[in-house]
Design a protein around this ligand. Structure first.
Ligand SMILES: Cc1cc2nc3c(=O)[nH]c(=O)nc-3n(C[C@H](O)[C@H](O)[C@H](O)COP(=O)(O)OP(=O)(O)OC[C@H]3O[C@@H](n4cnc5c(N)ncnc54)[C@H](O)[C@@H]3O)c2cc1C
Length: 481
């Protein structure tokens, strides 16, 4: 009888899991998750993602237990842990889903080289993307660097259909496993007293069931408003699938298939659903870009940005991180991030533009902060999005397009509902001044109970001169290149 180790990674689900299905067809399956933070070097999981990982693993373990198996947890070097486990269970194969982080290919290669020499079959399977990097190509066979033609070409290919839950003969019940609690993944703040993640479990349901429910709920109704509502941070018109997708609790093929079904039952929503699927397309595009340019998390895609005159003022960075810049839409976004592990996409763009253009702080600082604070922190989407906003990425927003945080607030949060939620000290300001409290007359501030500089900061930079500073910096690299 054959025994296959299935190494779970960022694919914490049982449905549409090609590696698990193939393993189940061979014989017994030993499921394992190895926590190997060092494999990713400086990009090891951030604090918020660690919380999600913990919850998601508990959920996967419970599901496998109900099915008669036992998910094994090990901590340490992936190859060393696999070597040990293989001997313990006498496995003749190791299967896993392929991953696309810059550090994954060498890890996968080292597993293959080691076990090849022992006669153990090592196979990796797709399952994380709709289309593998290198399969959506231009007419001349090169990778796309612009999203629209990429997505047009991707839509001409057929995405494989999701695979049903296989019948699995689990084994490994008596094998030694770590206690996941001992990994201390759930964040505690520096004083050790207050759990940073307090309340997150009321906002999120990590795990495969939670992912399915999130998708169903979204396709049931909110998707109707997606096309116009996706830019309204006060409302819940986007799917909130990103952390589920990041940890592979649901596959993009499942999302794709469910969305196509929904188009059949609600054809009037087809264009909204296509808009939503195009965002799944951005996720694909980011992975394709990082496959093309592995250094994306640390290095500007457009080389001339290497000489950009960043100012990196530590106080400004700190004010941005804490939501104390004096620009309400920016501060609301940064506080939403800290309190919920999430930030609405429109606001992500505004705060990223503010950091890189108004404050001239290097995008990598923002990328790192997001990496630590986002539940959906994803190496490809995060790096590409930061570079997109900063202007240094492929298909990036031009550097000279600088978001005006006041106008953006007025346009996308016209009544100030989002700002009032996250900056309660401004809640009683009239709509007219909610995005620019410093413009309010003293009487208005007094009756709203706001003392600028005490309850809420004065703007840390002046919008007009900051904008000019950013344009000057851009001129500098244009001349230098
Ligand atoms: C500066 C910045 C950093 C970002 N960092 C991340 C990150 O670390 N992880 C991450 O998943 N997304 C990131 N995004 C993209 C986007 O903001 C989130 O994917 C989105 O807000 C998640 O919410 P949702 O699931 O409700 O999205 P929906 O609008 O419902 O979209 C559906 C799915 O499509 C994908 N998606 C949507 N927009 C994008 C996008 N612009 N780029 C890539 N994929 C997208 C996500 O997987 C998302 O779950 C970032 C955007 C910016 C501007």
């Amino acid at each position: 009888m054959s025994t296959t180790i299935v190494l779970f990674r960022q694919d914490l689900r049982l449905h549409d899991h090609p590696a698990l299905t193939a393993a189940a067809q061979r014989g017994d399956v030993v499921p394992v998750f190895i926590y190997d933070p060092e494999a990713a070097g400086e990009w090891c999981l951030g604090g918020a993602s660690q919380w999600w990982l913990h919850e998601s693993l508990v959920s996967l373990k419970n599901t496998i237990t109900k099915l008669g198996g036992s998910l094994i947890f090990r901590h340490g070097d992936t190859l060393a842990c696999l070597q040990e486990l293989r001997k313990e269970v006498n496995a003749d194969a190791i299967y896993f889903s392929r991953q696309y982080q810059p550090w994954s290919p060498s890890l996968e290669q080292s597993i293959r080289s080691h076990f090849d020499s022992e006669g153990v079959s090592v196979k990796r399977f797709p399952g994380t993307l709709l289309h593998e990097p290198g399969t959506v190509l231009t007419g001349s066979g090169t990778a796309f660097k612009v999203f629209t033609p990429f997505w047009r070409a991707a839509n001409k290919l057929t995405a494989a259909s999701p695979i049903a839950l296989p019948s699995v003969s689990w084994t490994g019940v008596s094998i030694q496993t770590d206690s996941i609690e001992s990994w201390r993944l759930r964040p505690i703040d520096k004083t050790g007293e207050r759990d940073w993640a307090d309340g997150w479990d009321t906002l999120w349901t990590p795990g495969e069931d939670g992912a399915q429910r999130t998708l169903e709920t979204f396709l049931e109704a909110p998707v109707e408003h997606y096309a116009e509502g996706r830019d309204t941070p006060a409302k819940r018109y986007t799917s909130r699938l990103s952390p589920h997708l990041k940890f592979g609790e649901i596959s993009p093929r499942q999302v794709w298939a469910a969305a196509q079904q929904r188009k059949l039952s609600a054809p009037q929503w087809s264009s909204a659903i296509d808009k939503f699927l195009a965002e799944i397309g951005w996720r694909e595009f980011c992975y394709q870009l990082i496959d093309l340019f592995n250094e994306m998390p640390n290095t500007p895609f457009k080389g001339q940005f290497g000489g950009f005159p960043w100012q990196n003022n530590a106080e400004h960075l700190r004010a941005w991180q804490r939501g104390q810049t004096g620009y309400p839409i920016v501060d609301a976004g940064m506080r939403e991030l800290w309190h919920t592990g999430f930030m609405h996409n429109r606001v992500r763009m505004i705060v990223a533009s503010f950091l890189t253009k108004h404050l001239l702080v290097h995008w990598i600082e923002g990328e790192r902060w997001f990496w630590d604070c986002l539940l959906d922190a994803d190496i490809a989407s995060n790096a590409c999005s930061w570079q997109w906003v900063a202007g240094s990425g492929a298909d990036a927003a031009p550097y000279f397009r600088i978001f005006n945080p006041i106008a953006q607030g007025q346009k996308f949060d016209p009544a100030g509902e989002y700002v009032r939620r996250w900056c309660p000290e401004l809640a009683d300001l009239p709509k007219k001044f909610i995005h620019a409290p410093w413009e309010a007359p003293p009487m208005t501030l007094t009756s709203a109970g706001v003392t600028l500089g005490a309850d809420y900061p004065h703007p840390i930079v002046d919008h007009k001169s900051a904008r000019q500073g950013a344009l000057d910096a851009y001129e500098f690299i244009k001349k230098a290149s």
